[in-house]
Design a protein around this ligand. Structure first.
Ligand SMILES: Cc1cc2nc3c(=O)[nH]c(=O)nc-3n(C[C@H](O)[C@H](O)[C@H](O)COP(=O)(O)OP(=O)(O)OC[C@H]3O[C@@H](n4cnc5c(N)ncnc54)[C@H](O)[C@@H]3O)c2cc1C
Length: 327
């Protein structure tokens, strides 16, 4: 009988991503409610020394698949490995972060296993041992609770920055087990030849704790200088609306919204962004939303916790100076 929670940890360049610790923490809470164990899976190349950290966040066991061919995520290799692990371990619930990789991975894994899957969830509950996932629908206007068919595992991805992360406890340790990596090279249909890093050196928007975002109100690419300065003072990442991206002022990687990235930082400062539903779809689960807009009727103010009605080119530099003074 299927039992226990399996969590897929995601690494990039050998470092475990923050969302993985959030998902392990949430997986631990679910496993405790089930009275069962949580197993984390770590896949990569030269990653074994990172496995212990998953134990600090609550994993009882970590299965490590370490092989040079696994350095970068490829659906063929990762899905085939995890499908075998699922068959061997029979978890009742399997969760991972709703990153670009996680969303791709979860969909393909669910299809391979013939089980149900829910993407980009913001909360999990258990009813009679079955996973019930909450996920935003209609561009974040409503939340749906979804249940799964009887087939196990119930697979879901968790939106980054939403689930509470446990305090790491270095006195906690997990059993670390090496997985046999029986990969058929012919099954690996894609090969990552190069990873081109974002030159900005800021934290990826999906994992950022603070985001300063600009829209059409920035007037042009040079307008973002004031946002970059504020982001530097705050230690924030910089986002953009689709209008700004479509105008070529910012790269697509910066776009927040329905057709961009879904973000959930502790602080989201929207500057010169009207707050169209497609933009809100990408940021409405942010913990604190600040809007700076010269139009008091802009819809963004309906979602904002704090609002400033004024010219952003006056307000943002003043805010930057005030933050710098705070040290
Ligand atoms: C299928 C589809 C998908 C979409 N996906 C996305 C998406 O992923 N992300 C996204 O953002 N949009 C998306 N859109 C576009 C969306 O509908 C809006 O057009 C877009 O979000 C508007 O961007 P904006 O707020 O920057 O521009 P505007 O709506 O033009 O707003 C600009 C704002 O700046 C303010 N402003 C101007 N000058 C100043 C100043 N000096 N100081 C202060 N405020 C000022 C104005 O008052 C105004 O409120 C999508 C649309 C469709 C149809």
């Amino acid at each position: 009988m299927a039992q226990g929670v399996m969590v897929i940890a995601e690494q990039r360049e050998g470092e475990i991503r923050k969302v993985s610790f959030e998902v392990v923490s949430e997986g631990k809470r679910l496993a405790e409610k089930l009275g069962q164990k949580i197993t984390a899976v770590l896949i990569g190349s030269n990653v074994k020394d990172k496995a212990a950290s998953l134990g600090h966040y609550g994993a009882d066991k970590v299965i490590v698949a370490d092989d040079p061919r696994l350095k970068h995520y490829t659906a063929g290799a990762y899905v085939s490995l995890v499908a075998d692990m699922v068959k061997a371990n029979e978890p009742a619930v399997l969760i991972m972060g709703a990153s670009v990789q996680g969303k791709d991975f979860a969909g393909r894994l669910a299809a391979r296993l013939g089980v149900g899957m829910a993407q980009d969830c913001t909360a999990f509950e258990l009813e009679g041992g079955n996973l019930v996932a909450t996920r935003p629908v209609y561009a974040g206007k409503a939340y749906a609770k979804v249940t799964f068919s009887d087939n196990r595992p119930h697979i879901a991805t968790a939106r980054p920055n939403v689930m509470a992360m446990n305090q790491p406890d270095t006195s906690k340790s997990a059993e670390i087990v090496d997985a046999a990596v029986n990969l058929d090279d012919a099954a690996i249909k894609t090969k990552v030849v190069d990873v081109i890093k974002d030159a900005g050196g800021r934290v990826d928007l999906t994992e950022a704790d603070k985001i300063v975002s600009g829209g059409r109100g920035m007037k042009g690419p040079e307008g973002y200088k004031v946002l970059e300065d504020l982001a530097d003072a705050l230690g924030a990442s910089v986002g953009a609306s689709r209008s700004a991206v479509d105008a070529g002022w910012r790269p697509h990687a910066d776009q927040v919204g329905q057709t961009g990235k879904v973000v959930s930082p502790n602080l989201y400062i929207a500057c010169g962004i009207s707050g169209a539903i497609q933009h809100l779809a990408g940021m409405s689960t942010s913990k604190v939303i600040v809007a700076i807009n010269k139009d008091p009727e802009a819809p963004i103010f309906q979602r904002a916790d704090y609002g400033v009605v004024d010219d952003l080119f006056k307000v943002v530099p003043a805010l930057t100076e005030a933050i710098k003074k705070l040290g």
